[in-house]
Design a protein. Sequence first.
Length: 203
Amino acid sequence: MTLGLDAALAAIAAGRIVVVAGDRLRGGDIDLMIAAKHVTPEAINFMATHGRGLICLSVTPERAARLGLSLVNPGTARQTGRPFARSIEAAHGVSTGISAADRAHTVQVAIAEGASSSDIHSPGHVFPLIAKAGGVRERPSACEASIDLARLAGAGDAAVICSIMRDDGEMARLDDIADLVETYDLAVADIGALIERLEGAKA
């Protein structure tokens, strides 16, 4: 298992998938993550196969506003722990929308320079998450962490994440995915280490 922020940032910069651990708001759930600019059908298929959770697109509040997206539940009551906007689909260039290629295309359309609400339809098969403006230091969760990681890696300000389930359907922890990490040489980014790096940079 390759622990260490620098290894994870190098992998993200190279367009590879990493594991994000240490989410403080979701009971320690772990996620697969790739910078949205590097997303491919193969990456989406990997997440669907090995993550098994919901495949989500982490976006900044500014990008969400350009796309006409807002939080489904903007209040504090009955929160799920993830800041969902309505699901989306690319307005053009998809068939059923749920294939790996279609979902990768939807992500690419949503993060394209100049993309607006006219470029997407709802509902769809990609689930946007709207990060806090202050990033992971404001909300220590995988959504914000994935954006901060992409930024630090010089890979844009959007990311695709997917929570990881075990074979039995329970949510995985790092010890559960040792074989997956070893087989695919996945780097692991810890949210706590990320926060320390960002706070150190600000000091």
